[in-house]
Write a protein that binds this ligand. Sequence first.
Ligand SMILES: C[S@@+](CC[C@H](N)C(=O)[O-])C[C@H]1O[C@@H](n2cnc3c(N)ncnc32)[C@H](O)[C@@H]1O
Length: 257
Amino acid sequence: MITALREWMFRAWYWYVNHIDKNAEVLFMNFGYSNPDMKVKLDPKDESSRHSVQLYNLLGSATELKNKDIVEIGCGRGGGLSYIVRTFSPATALGVDLDKHAVKFCNKHYSIKGLSFANGDAQDLSFLKDNSFDALLNLESSHRYPKMDLFLKEVHRLLRPGGYFLYTDFRYDWEMPELKKQLEATGMTILKEVMITDNVVKALEADDPHKRLLVKKLAPRFLHKVALNFAGVIGSETYNQFSTHKYEYYHFVLQKN
Ligand SMILES: C[S@@+](CC[C@H](N)C(=O)[O-])C[C@H]1O[C@@H](n2cnc3c(N)ncnc32)[C@H](O)[C@@H]1O
């Protein structure tokens, strides 16, 4: 019941963002990554989303993407995949999302050679052929999948031998052992496993003023509390879960043998 309510709230929130953001101010929907050692050069237009971009940079720089065929499952409003294409020059990049409105927005908003978007469910990607990608990205989306094992089967099916699963997401700390078991059960080799919760907390703190302004601008007053929680501003339940490590945020790189 609580899971169903949570899922409904997520869907309602994403639907709302897609309808209210007429000026395309929300291109990223992740909590971000702060790291003083990461010196990512950005287009001035990406600067206000620096920490969200840096999370994509962490994934994109984990392997060579130049001239490769890549897919992102759960691409949201496409800001991250568009950054990956502009920065790492894959041959083709497909963004897939469950939310039809987000996909419609992406197809209208971006016109970059090789970049396209499609509607689909991470747990059943049968419209995509076996062994068709060199890298599959999944960023802060999988916590929403009721059947993570089905998604991981799809990851394995879609990747070419030697292909990479570039993955990052959060779970309650007590859910992490189960997630690790599921990743091991894919038969892919885990090349990297790093806990980045503190980097995410730093990003939430740095982005706090900007996010508060955006919520004030885009959301009606009665939705402010919900929106501030989705944004993870300081003092919100989401922020507190990360800062006390009840939520742990992980970055993994896996390779299909
Ligand atoms: C927190 S947003 C992150 C979006 C994007 N990766 C980013 O960082 O900006 C999560 C996204 O996952 C998508 N999503 C949730 N469940 C999905 C599913 N079963 N299949 C595909 N996408 C899904 C949502 O619609 C949403 O766009």
